[in-house]
Design a protein around this ligand. Structure first.
Ligand code: F0G
Length: 352
């Protein structure tokens, strides 16, 4: 039986005999071949569907490790700032480990599904009028004086847990892809993947991918080379103007001969609709930044024909139903009788 990341990758993680082996069976997510988009783009494209983790995002990988270490070190409470997914994962793993979670979120800028998760898992939810960057600054200060463990990705155990996704990609493909495309928000995940690819290559000779990271244009601090005071994007998960792992992300880009570029909200929404409608995979808008970037880089030649590309789909589309409904022309045919329904189907099917 698969029992989660801490057991699966024990020897590659900072686990001691005192580390509680908590688990919600996170990790082990599918690498889905995207047939329609592969054909259209002329590449071998796969989605690493992190939306199938227990709380619906990749955050579970880092959180299981960070919470286990916090408990090992005697913490009774954890705290994080979040655009939503980190708070959902923190709340779930805190419950699992029997500690309390405090989560700080930007008021009104978190997707409904994520808020629902923090509520139902029983976190203490604090909303502030500022954005994620301000929330992160606040919790970093608070964690210095209060008896709470900070579980944002500035906590190195988070990146340790998250690097396991790169291990899985290599195992699933039999080697590293040519390109790993990934959304960039606070820049922890791109840094964690790069660490994971390097470690796996050293152990197994799986080769190294080029890391292609994508920020939302209204929040593209790394691309623009300066922090952004008022980041804005429809992809609220990555609405971050001053990424904490900025330097590590640049190192991942440079060491791998990769790129960090910006994608517009329009490109994000286009990719978001396409992968659902063409390949049957529903991801959240922030996650679609990876695919938006792949499409952009195929056009610009930064990804070449025939290359193997893995796009990381960091979160599940169900997290943010409002965007799904608002981003499409919703067409629901209201019908009250069977005959009308029959004719509707008959006409539709005859056109196929
Ligand atoms: N995709 C999703 C769905 C996210 O929730 C996040 C970050 C990212 C991508 C970017 O990852 O920050 O490691 O570069 N969400 C954080 C949160 C900030 O609070 O849930 P990153």
């Amino acid at each position: 039986m698969y029992e989660g990341l801490l057991k699966q990758y024990k020897e590659y993680l900072p686990i001691t005999e005192n580390t509680p082996m908590i688990s919600l069976a996170e990790g082990n997510t599918p690498l889905i071949p995207l047939h329609s988009l592969s054909k259209e783009l002329g590449i071998n494209l796969y989605g690493k569907y992190e939306g199938l983790n227990p709380t619906g995002s990749f955050k579970d990988r880092g959180m299981v490790m960070a919470v286990a270490k916090a408990v090992e070190e005697g913490a009774k409470a954890i705290v994080c700032a979040s655009t939503g997914n980190t708070s959902a994962a923190a709340a779930a793993y805190a419950t699992r480990a029997g500690v309390k979670a405090y989560v700080v979120i930007p008021d009104g800028k978190i997707a409904m599904g994520k808020l629902a998760q923090a509520i139902i898992y029983g976190a203490d939810i604090i909303s502030i009028p500022g954005n994620f960057d301000e929330a992160l600054k606040a919790v970093r200060d608070i964690a210095k004086t209060e008896a709470v463990a900070l579980v944002n990705s500035v906590n190195p155990y988070r990146l340790e847990g998250q690097k396991t996704a790169a291990f899985e990609v290599c195992e699933q493909l039999g080697q590293a892809p040519d390109v790993l495309a990934i959304p960039v928000g606070n820049a922890g995940n791109i840094s964690a993947y790069w660490k994971g690819f390097k470690e796996w290559h050293d152990l197994k000779g799986t080769s190294l991918p080029r890391m292609h990271g994508f920020e939302a244009e209204g929040a593209a601090a790394i691309v623009k080379g300066e922090a952004i005071d008022q980041p804005e994007t429809i992809a609220t998960a990555i609405r971050i103007g001053n990424p904490a792992s900025w330097t590590l992300a640049e190192a991942a880009r440079d060491e791998s001969n990769g790129h960090i570029d910006a994608v517009t909200d329009e490109e994000i929404l286009n990719a978001y609709r396409k992968v659902a409608a063409q390949d049957g995979v529903f991801v959240e808008p922030g996650s679609a930044a990876s695919l938006a970037g792949v499409i952009q880089h195929v056009k610009s030649g930064k990804i070449k024909p025939g290359e193997t590309v893995v796009a990381v789909f960091t979160g599940n589309g169900l997290k943010d139903p409002d965007t799904a409904i608002n981003a499409t022309d919703v067409k629901i045919s209201k019908m009250s009788d069977l005959e009308e329904m029959r004719m509707h189907l008959r006409n539709g099917v005859s056109e196929l």
